[in-house]
Design a protein around this ligand. Structure first.
Ligand code: HEM
Length: 500
């Protein structure tokens, strides 16, 4: 068979077909013009976006400084180095970092933060899936912390009431009994020393907030068996998060398809997570149990919240943010062990408040001018939730730190540098000195202190009331029973039982 002639035949058939399809001669130029216009508009938009991204200059036309490497992984694993390199290349000015294909502006000073939030705090969009890519999207991409605008407000409408100060306080008695048991079990993790023991608190601190927040969110449905199931889900979740951060190929859709084992893990987690939570909601309904997660699910019943938004936000609450609280508990114990005077003063304050009202410490918990509150705040100054905050974008063009920043530029905050800046906190900024908050009202620290957010978003953390309660109750319970002592050249802490 003559392949060339076949080809010829085919082409002629195609030509005949096309000639039948041809539009009337008058319509042709207008279709072409329309297509050309659409293409031109698209190209212009892409170029404008690229130009806007590329050209950030100050008032003299000097371009902003930029770190030369991809900081996507380093932001999590080597945050201190990025912070130091940023300071070395840009001094006190903002600078740019690269996160895969996107670029992010890093803010380091209270003035930058003031300018960033000025006038439009509520309208800062988040970059798609926080610039973390496809694999992240599948596990946390629809969580409240990853989105903005109307969907953010709608999700918060269902979650906020369950995390209010009042509702957090109702979990107080259950928290106290879990914490009491945790303190009782502490010696098991340590090595006996005299009448006490010594241990690295990081280990036992790891799962206490996890257990307390699970208790809070699942209410009367929560049980030891459920907690065991959560712990095994956490093991799988850790592997997936590891991939989210370190396996940069999984940021692309195509690689997600090719990497079958990563996809399998993700599918397994997502289906187990859904079943775990749906079983809880159904049990609460069937047995008429008090369960915040069930009440939040009414948003899905009403078709306002997507199941994905419900599940991803629960994931963010339990697996992502609770780690932050464990790190902070560890920081608090380390600093108290190294500062016997602060520890003793705090113990005396606790005893005083307890003697005033032995059965109800909720007043004490809610007071902001106590040493207990100052200690927790100073802990957060040293141990912010993220070394670099999650990105959110400028909504309009702005001037920040002398640079013209185009609209829609992703922005992150170097929280460690901000919280330790001697210009804001004084020469003793690297000293653990809770009393500084006595001299410096919290209202004055809004833009210099990354705590539960910063600037106009300073209280945005959904879990702030629950987290605050966890830290305060845990410190009270431990300090009433033990004095803490730093072990020289060792991360361990010695726990000595107090005389009755
Ligand atoms: C009980 C533990 C905690 C839970 C359940 C929790 C939950 C959350 C959630 C869901 C968000 C996303 C909020 C949103 O964008 O709408 C968030 C944001 C945040 N949380 Fe927490 N959190 C906890 C503990 C903490 C602690 C201890 C800190 C500080 C050391 C902290 C600092 C932050 C910060 C800085 C943000 C980002 C706020 C922003 O986007 O401006 N969180 N938290």
């Amino acid at each position: 068979m003559d392949l060339a002639s076949m080809d010829y035949d085919f082409n002629s058939t195609k030509q005949q077909f096309l000639s039948h399809q041809r539009p009337p001669p008058t319509a042709r130029p207008s279709v072409l013009i329309a297509i050309t216009l659409v293409v031109l508009v698209l190209v212009k938009k892409v170029l404008a976006n690229k130009r806007a991204q590329r050209k950030i200059v100050d008032t003299y036309g000097c371009p902003i400084r930029e770190l030369p490497m991809d900081t996507r992984v380093m932001k999590f694993a080597m945050s201190q180095q990025i912070s130091e390199q940023g300071k070395a290349v840009a001094g006190d000015a903002p600078f740019m970092i690269r996160n895969g294909r996107s670029r992010e502006l890093v803010l380091t000073k209270p003035d930058h933060i003031r300018s960033f939030y000025k006038g439009d705090m509520k309208h800062h969009p988040k970059p798609p899936y926080l610039n973390m890519g496809e694999y992240f999207k599948r596990i946390l991409g629809h969580a409240v912390g990853a989105i903005s605008g109307e969907r953010w407000s709608m999700i918060r409408r269902y979650f906020d009431p369950e995390f209010s100060f009042h509702v957090a306080r109702q979990s107080g008695d259950q928290f106290k009994s879990i914490i009491a048991q945790w303190v009782k079990d502490l010696p098991r993790y340590g090595v006996p020393v005299g009448r006490g023991f010594k241990l690295e608190v990081q280990g036992p601190c790891r799962f206490l907030p996890f257990q307390l927040v699970s208790q809070h969110i699942y209410g009367q449905v929560f049980s030891e068996k459920l907690f065991d199931d959560l712990l095994s889900l956490n093991t799988l979740h850790e592997v997936i998060l590891f991939d989210v951060i370190l396996n940069t190929r999984l940021t692309s859709k195509i690689w997600n398809w090719f990497d079958r084992s990563a996809t399998r893990r993700m599918n397994e987690f997502n289906s187990k997570w859904k079943k775990f939570n749906m079983d809880i909601v159904n049990t609460a309904r069937r047995e008429n149990l008090n369960c915040p997660a069930e009440r939040i699910f009414s948003g899905v019943d009403k078709n306002e919240m997507k199941v994905e938004e419900f599940l991803h936000t629960l994931d963010e609450i339990l697996f992502a943010n609770v780690d932050v609280s464990s790190a902070l508990l560890n920081t608090l114990f380390q600093h108290l062990a190294a500062n016997p005077t602060i520890q003793q003063n705090l113990r005396e304050e606790i005893a005083l408040y307890k003697s005033q009202d032995p059965n109800d410490q909720s007043q004490y918990m809610s007071k902001t001018d106590t040493l207990l509150n100052f200690v927790v705040m100073e802990g957060m100054r040293f141990s912010p939730a993220f070394a670099f905050s999650l990105p959110e974008c400028t909504s309009t063009a702005k001037e920040i730190g002398g640079y013209h920043i185009p609209a829609n530029t992703p922005v992150v905050i170097d929280a460690k540098r901000l919280n330790g800046d001697p210009d804001s906190w004084g020469k003793d900024s690297d000293e653990f000195r809770p009393e500084r908050f006595h001299e410096l009202p919290i209202s004055k620290t809004r833009c210099q202190f990354m705590r539960f957010g910063v600037g106009a978003a300073s209280g945005r953390c959904l879990g702030k009331n629950v987290a605050d309660l966890i830290f305060k109750l845990t410190l009270m319970t431990v300090l009433e029973q033990f004095s803490l002592h730093a072990v020289e050249d060792n991360p361990e802490i010695e726990f000595r039982p107090l005389e009755a």
